[in-house]
Design a protein around this ligand. Sequence first.
Ligand SMILES: Cc1ncc(COP(=O)(O)O)c(C=O)c1O
Length: 406
Amino acid sequence: MDFKYACKKCGKEYKADEIMYRCPECNRSERSGEMQKGNLRTLIDPDYLKGLAGRESVSPADFMPYPIPHISTYPVGNTPLIGPKRLREKSGCDDLWLKNDGMNPSGSFKDRASQVVASQALHFGVPTVTLASTGNAGSAMACAGAAYGLDIVLFVPHTAPENKLLQSVLYGAKVVPIEDTYDAAFSLSLEYTEKYGGINRNTGYNPMTIEGKKSISIELFNDLGRSIPDVMYVPVGDGVIYSGVFKGFYDLHVAGLIPKLPKLVAVQSTKSNAITTAWKSGDARTIEKATTRADSISVASPANGRMAVNYINDSDAWATEVSDEEISAAQLELAAEAGTFVEPAAAAAYAGFNADLAAGRVSRDQKIVVLLTGIGFKDMQAVTSAVSVPKAVKPNMQAVEEFLQS
Ligand SMILES: Cc1ncc(COP(=O)(O)O)c(C=O)c1O
């Protein structure tokens, strides 16, 4: 399929016959503390997209810039869309849906982007992919590397949840834990790619991460019987998942398959709120430090912040902040009342829905989708302050009864 790149800032267009990252002319921050400029958008030929409207069915693959090699042991996407009975009753929202992307091969939404970057590497015959990650993008890329036979070099903050790092090592990636933050790992991975070559998959830096993530929207369009939600909740760190969800609906709209875009609500923690703050103030600045316990959305300098802020406005939506306590409560609620165990970043989206419902920003008759981006098993440490395994009891009925009555 024909596509090109366009700079979000200066509008300049670039051919897509080579690997590109940011706009060479705008890739900078002019003031310290300012969000990075020059993110590229991928523009698919509108005539091609319009041609999809006449088809009886469409699939995410129809919208992808590169062919995705199918591997049966690596089934990315087609994740469950759940109508959570008890949560619907509790909230009074009969048309509430949970899209559980923790059911992807490596346990997170990030498999969608990693599969497309792997396809990009195969397309250009590049054997190595380098990236920085808060944990999930790394384990997802490592998983894709194992599936497609690519070498993965991964820079992560050493504080990333151990399970995410173990998973990446297990898949065969070269894992480089950095004694610093994700933002430092991000810079180092760019320096490494410049020196040693290969493709860089950094989220928000390689435009293919957004293209990969947009598959969710085409899937949802099919899941919902060729319709869209009224409102969708997306947890936000760098703003790339958010931009990917937007781009999927945007492409569907250009194709003429949907009449308008859904409202896409960006949810952040109050302790990592660069994008919400920029959306409210209109000033695209980074924050000094991100300290949320929801590690996957802990980002001080969002790699795709400007684009995400623009897309919040373009989808006529808003940004919601929730506290870490609300995130933990949402994590327990999803587990105990929907049987869905997600990591804190994913629970943030549900906490955002709860907060907006209480504040009257959404109404009970709307079709609402909450995007759950990662499975809970990746970060067991996150739940140990809320729940613990009881001490063992003696192997007799009296002890069992005393235990159960206590
Ligand atoms: C589980 C999960 N949810 C949400 C996010 C936030 O995505 P983004 O950084 O693109 O905003 C991430 C990113 O790592 C993630 O792993």
